[in-house]
Ligand binder design. Structure first.
Ligand SMILES: [Zn+2]
Length: 406
């Protein structure tokens, strides 16, 4: 057991604690409180004094594609989504298995460097995972499912992926399913993913309502994404007359608890439809990716007002400058200066933990939670601590996962 002391502990599960401490019993937190009181209670324990710092929970990145870390700066910002999809498909064809493995390793290292201890990663090449060492942070690998090019996915494939994790007890995290998006994934495949997610208790995420081109494809049956996908041979008979959100919801394609990435473009009738599902889904917003595509403002107030909890993600380096959640909080804060820093911090800790089904175990410091935390230098007043975290521009001084620093 170890006692970690810090000038200010931000448990998020409760108010900030000046001259606070955390007791790590192996990988689990055994206590959080005033240093003096914990010191008296656990007098034989070694102490790590983190000095003039803020100690807070490790951050959780709710949407990432580690496969594309090597594509940083490779695609110039362009407001056309279908042009970007064309370009990334061209680039993907030039990458070797070695490039992808390096991409995943570099991405994981960069995430940890910036204080992320849990990531929801969408994996388009799950067959490469047998070559990976245990990841340095808690990683949920979401098996990407799409069938525009007739890839075969069955329940047996999903069950096989589950046994992969059962054979790797040193891997922290788990396995989930990610039907890619309504424009690349058939409703039949969505329903299979929903069935497996419910049967095996696996988290489920998908891209939804990301671009105006996606909205136009489904609502009007036209536009650049429609033309691009029709050219690839996709059956376009499901397009016209309804929004992408209605397309999935009315088909029963989404399990309760589905994690919906983006939700940028609400069309006619979507608000009323979503109101009937408030709280049933989690939503992920990717602020830097949003800026990269020069999208219209994210409907944060609308979605929050409907009762949805919003998390933040980085998306991939194919549409972002890095994998740094502090940078994402700052970009979000510039777009929505009225959102309180405590709420913003919840978007990279408690909200994504709840979306994963790990509320109280990840994303906050409390007895029984995982000992995942980080420290930032801090010399200011306690009242300014939350702002200091949101505005932090330096890598954390220390990052602990399961009670261990790297
Ligand atoms: Zn994505």
């Amino acid at each position: 057991m170890l006692l970690h002391r810090s000038r200010l502990v931000l448990p998020l599960a409760g108010p900030p604690i000046e001259d606070g401490a955390l007791v790590a019993d192996g990988s689990i937190i055994a206590g959080v409180g005033l240093f003096d009181e914990l010191r008296a209670q656990f007098s034989s324990m070694d102490t790590v004094d983190h000095g003039e710092t803020i100690l807070l929970p490790g951050l959780i990145n709710a949407h990432c594609h580690l496969d594309f870390t090597v594509m940083r700066g490779a695609i110039l910002p362009n407001s056309s989504f279908s042009a970007w999809v064309r370009r990334i498909n061209e680039l993907k064809r030039t990458l070797t298995d070695g490039d992808y493995l390096r991409s995943i390793a570099d991405g994981l290292a960069e995430l940890r460097h910036w204080g992320t201890t849990t990531v929801l990663n969408i994996e388009s090449l799950p067959e490469l995972m047998v070559h990976l060492p245990p990841p340095p942070i808690r990683t949920w690998w979401f098996y990407e499912l799409l069938d525009i090019r007739n890839r075969i996915h069955t329940e047996e494939v999903v069950a096989g992926a589950l046994s992969f994790f059962e054979q790797r007890p040193a891997w922290h995290g788990g396995f989930g399913l990610s039907p890619h998006a309504p424009y690349t994934t058939s409703l039949e495949l969505y329903r299979l993913a929903r069935f497996c997610s419910e049967k095996y208790g696996m988290p489920f995420t998908t891209h939804l309502a990301e671009s105006d081109e996606e909205l136009r494809m489904f609502s009007e049956g036209s536009g650049p994404l429609f033309d691009f996908l029709a050219g690839l041979g996709r059956d376009m008979s499901d397009c016209g007359g309804r929004t992408p959100i209605r397309h999935l919801l009315e088909a029963g394609a989404l399990p309760t608890g589905a994690i919906l990435a983006h939700m940028n473009q609400l069309g006619p009738g979507d608000e009323a439809l979503l109101a009937a599902h408030a709280g049933a889904f989690a939503i992920v917003h990717c602020p830097n990716c949003h800026e990269y595509f020069r999208r219209a403002p994210f409907p944060y107030e609308t979605l929050r007002g409907l009762g949805f909890r919003i998390s933040l993600g980085t998306d991939s380096c194919a549409s972002n400058r890095g994998l740094n959640l502090f940078d994402e909080m700052q970009t979000f804060h510039r777009a929505f200066p009225g959102v309180a820093p405590g709420e913003l911090l919840d978007m990279v800790t408690r909200h994504p933990a709840a979306a994963l089904g790990h509320a109280g175990r990840l994303g906050e410091l409390r007895p029984g939670a995982r000992a995942d935390f980080l420290t930032l230098p801090f010399g200011g007043a306690t009242d300014d601590a939350l702002d200091a975290v949101v505005e932090n521009r330096a890598p954390p001084l220390a990052v602990y996962l399961n009670g261990h620093s790297a």
